[in-house]
Design a protein around this ligand. Structure first.
Ligand SMILES: Cc1cc2nc3c(=O)[nH]c(=O)nc-3n(C[C@H](O)[C@H](O)[C@H](O)COP(=O)(O)OP(=O)(O)OC[C@H]3O[C@@H](n4cnc5c(N)ncnc54)[C@H](O)[C@@H]3O)c2cc1C
Length: 337
């Protein structure tokens, strides 16, 4: 049975079918609410239900530790009748803008012992349309999908570049080092709402953990191309020095933006050399950013790392919750849309 979902303070309303999540129903109607993992982990889709009732879908939890007392996770709940919701943000999108491609492996290079930079060419004449920071879904032969962030800027639209960390035993990532030029992969894009807030000119801090650098690179390359000049701090965290696998990109940005601050944070004992910070991403943030009021912070990496950085920034450095933007690399098959 269909229910009607209205967005408080707007004239936007749409139908939600059966056990469809609030998030998916909105997307189908061309309304993008904030989201990342769609698995109830990252908390990006948390928002309030101001009228009516929702129930958790399947065995999922309606809330997690990122939710405020009046919030639920819109990716995990379905309406029980007509409802009114108050998301933290919304944006109109064209649902038909998401496209499937059969792409060809063009280049596949090891950037670190456990990270491949994989370039996929789209069929001749086809273009990938996405915002810097978004991700794609790649289909595996068993029908499941995996999510990977585009590391290239949107203007390089005849190909997509992915940074894939090899997870031991991983159905896709462990196979990546053996992918050869010419092999075909099915991809769909774009997904995700992790992208720069265009209208802002405030200082911006990026915190990346491992291959969480991929969407940050896309955003910074895009800022460079569009000559956006904002005070920038980049913290890139890894266990060891080879986890900071693309220092050439950082050097290129620093040349363009001499005032850009770069912190490489290495957490393994004894891994930090001259110029590195010895410790985790959240520790590096606390040590190098004394006050984050009025800043925007974009954070991408594992759930544990993103949670620790969120906690450090909001509780100890005065960052406004609305200025924290994250993409969480939740493991395993992507949720179906
Ligand atoms: C929005 C989004 C964007 C993402 N972008 C990227 C990206 O740009 N680069 C990237 O490398 N990854 C990214 N990921 C993670 C990626 O989608 C896969 O989950 C990851 O590559 C593992 O897939 P797999 O098929 O190799 O392993 P699976 O076959 O899915 O898993 C194999 C085993 O490894 C475990 N496992 C899976 N992932 C991890 C992990 N990260 N840490 C520890 N254990 C794990 C699983 O629990 C399972 O036991 C992203 C995830 C999301 C949700």
């Amino acid at each position: 049975m269909n229910h009607r979902i209205a967005i408080a303070g707007s004239d936007v309303a749409f139908e939600c079918a059966g056990n469809e999540s609030v998030l998916d129903a909105a997307a189908r109607a061309g309304i993008e609410l904030p989201y990342s993992c769609r698995k109830g982990v990252c908390g990006n889709c948390a928002g309030a239900v101001v009228r009516g009732e929702v129930a958790a879908i399947g065995t999922g939890a309606l809330t997690n530790e990122t939710c405020l007392p009046d919030q639920v996770l819109f990716c995990m709940c379905a309406p029980r009748g007509d409802i009114e919701i108050a998301p933290t943000a919304m944006r109109r999108i064209d649902p038909a803008a998401r496209k499937r491609f059969t792409a060809k492996v063009f280049r596949n290079e090891l950037a670190a012992p456990d990270v491949s930079v994989l370039q996929l060419r789209l069929p001749t004449g086809q273009r990938a349309k996405f915002r810097a920071g978004q991700y794609l879904q790649l289909s595996l032969p068993d029908g499941s999908t995996r999510s990977y962030s585009m590391a290239n800027a949107p203007h390089e639209s005849d190909a997509v570049t992915l940074h894939v960390r090899h997870v031991p035993g991983g159905a896709f990532s462990a196979r990546v080092p053996r992918l050869t030029a010419g092999e075909l992969v099915d991809i769909e894009l774009p997904f995700g709402a992790f992208s720069l807030q265009e209208e802002q000119a405030r200082p911006v801090v990026f915190v990346a953990g491992g291959t969480g650098f991929a969407p940050v690179k896309s955003i910074l390359d895009d800022m460079l191309k569009r000559r956006i000049d904002r005070p920038i701090t980049l913290i890139w965290a890894a266990r060891q020095a080879d986890g900071i696998y693309l220092r050439t990109a950082v050097a290129r940005w620093q040349k363009q933006w001499p005032q850009m601050r770069f912190v490489s944070a290495l957490s393994d004992d004894g891994a930090a050399g001259d110029g590195d910070f010895a410790g985790r991403a959240d520790e590096a943030l606390l040590a190098t950013c004394p006050d984050l009021k009025g800043h925007e912070l974009y954070c991408c990496g594992s759930p544990a790392m993103v949670n620790a950085v969120r906690d450090a920034a909001l509780r100890h450095r005065g960052l406004d919750a609305g200025d924290f933007h994250s993409d969480v690399f939740v493991e395993g098959p992507a949720a179906r849309s």
